[in-house]
Design a protein. Structure first.
Length: 460
């Protein structure tokens, strides 16, 4: 049984158990939408007229009271390799939303009223897991058939209740290839400036869902058109109108190029890779210069890294995510001339953490610019068939070896060790004895040719 089958079977058992106790119970929300579309739901949610206390009484120690005041309890499958956790929510109506996220109060109600308080019609349906019947009070199925994303009831009221829905509207429309219904679209555009009242962590989570899906480019275009980009990632707006004249997109600008790079990523990229691809050119507009008719962007990678670091901090990404995004942006062109790099430099780059993501970014950027990616292909080939042993072998000597060899300790040791390491990676030396003999040869060079920090320079 697959994980999907286990989750589905567990959610079915929950419905059966609640009904066996005399309660109503149905699948609700996104899982119903996905099943109608023939997709595999990530999760199965259950809606019921049982109160949270009654749900906890039915399932006992397997329950987790994550949001009892809002009628939400999670039920954990106790079987080994079971169905994980299923969210069980009581049918409810919501009071006023005073913080743009949560209702001030809730009233446990009926399926009809519960559907009416949800965000979009495509997410407001229920289904019976045993008969397959879809219970639709809000016209969600008709909107799916018509390829429309429509807010339930008054769009402005729905967005006012939880302003994260502004961003979710774009993600859902792109993901399911829907057109946003005119009244819903108008409310979205009118309220786009209010998106920043939403907690940064919630916005970041939406980006994590949006950017790892193949619809990411469509979603970003919609974000730009509705004004969301200007309020969430303002440096991206400056990409519009900056033309590159690349062979692939001779009439395109930086924004078109970035979208193309996003489209050329692997089908399921990591979030840091996708976010870095989105932000990789933000350093170009502020560094744009024209020299003898040629457009240049000197040091745009370093400038971009600084801008991206600030954006990552604004979204409160984890330190690990932020570091990886910024590193990818800074080193995006480090392998553009991989076939001509000294082997020591190439090996150092190819052994850095995150190299697989860097190669994917380099590949997508090259394909979007020139239609081919020979440097990325060379690096992949090098990593897979490099014949002379590991590309990151253990160092041949240490600082202690240098001391035993008669050198006076000091800060220059790091320089000497780096030079020995380069010679090792360039296959000039292969053993400790060869390394020390090579060093003696370097130290014997005339004064002007001796390596920095050599024994001769260090001694009085």
């Amino acid at each position: 049984m697959t994980n999907h089958e286990r989750r589905r079977e567990f959610a079915t058992r929950i419905v059966a158990r609640l009904r066996g106790e005399g309660f109503q119970a149905l699948w609700a929300g996104g899982c119903v939408r996905d099943l109608i579309l023939g997709l595999e739901p990530a999760d199965f949610d259950v809606a019921t007229n049982a109160t949270p206390e009654q749900v906890m009484a039915v399932f006992g120690h397997r329950t987790i009271p994550v949001g009892v005041s809002f009628g939400v309890v999670r039920v954990r499958d106790s079987r080994n390799g079971g169905g994980g956790e299923v969210e069980v929510a009581t049918f409810r109506s919501d009071g006023a939303y005073v913080d743009g996220r949560r209702p001030e109060s809730v009233v446990f109600s009926s399926p009809e009223l519960d559907a009416a308080r949800r965000d979009f019609t495509i997410n407001g349906m229920f289904s019976d897991p045993f008969t397959g019947e879809v219970i639709d009070y809000v016209g969600g199925r008709a909107d799916l058939d018509a390829k429309l994303l429509r807010a339930i009831g008054d769009p402005q009221a729905r967005f006012t209740e939880d302003k994260l829905r502004l961003l979710r509207a774009v993600r859902f429309a792109a993901r399911f290839q829907l057109t946003i219904e005119p009244a819903t679209y108008a409310a979205l555009v009118a309220m786009a400036s209010q998106i920043n009242v939403v907690a940064a962590e919630r916005i970041a989570q939406e980006f994590r869902r949006m950017l790892v899906h193949e619809s990411r480019s469509r979603a970003l275009e919609s974000m730009l058109e509705t004004g969301l980009v200007a309020h969430l990632l303002p440096p991206l707006v400056a990409l519009k109108g900056v033309h590159l004249g690349t062979p692939i997109q001779p009439e395109g600008d930086l924004w078109d190029h970035v979208r193309q790079v996003l489209d050329l990523l692997p089908s399921e990229p990591s979030f840091p890779l996708a976010f870095a691809a989105l932000l990789h050119d933000v350093g170009k507009p502020p560094t744009l210069t024209v020299h003898e008719g040629e457009v240049r962007f000197p040091h745009h990678e370093q400038v971009g890294r600084t801008i991206d670091d600030a954006l990552c901090r604004r979204l409160k990404l984890s330190n690990q995510e932020r570091d990886r995004v910024c590193w990818l942006v800074e080193f995006q062109h480090a392998l553009d001339d991989a076939t001509h790099l000294r082997e020591s430099k190439l090996k150092r780059l190819l052994t850095m953490p995150g190299i697989d993501e860097l190669l994917e970014l380099q590949r997508a950027e090259a394909l979007a610019s020139f239609g081919s990616a020979p440097q990325a292909e060379f690096c992949r080939h090098y990593l897979s068939v490099e014949p002379a042993g590991p590309i990151n072998p253990p160092p041949l000597v240490t600082g202690h070896d240098l001391v035993r060899h008669g050198l006076r300790p000091g800060s220059h040791f790091s320089t000497l060790l780096e030079q020995i390491r380069d010679a090792q990676l360039d296959r000039i030396i292969n053993t400790k004895r060869e390394a020390l003999d090579w060093l003696d040869g370097q130290l014997a060079l005339p004064q002007g040719e001796a390596p920095p920090g050599s024994r001769r320079q260090a001694e009085p």
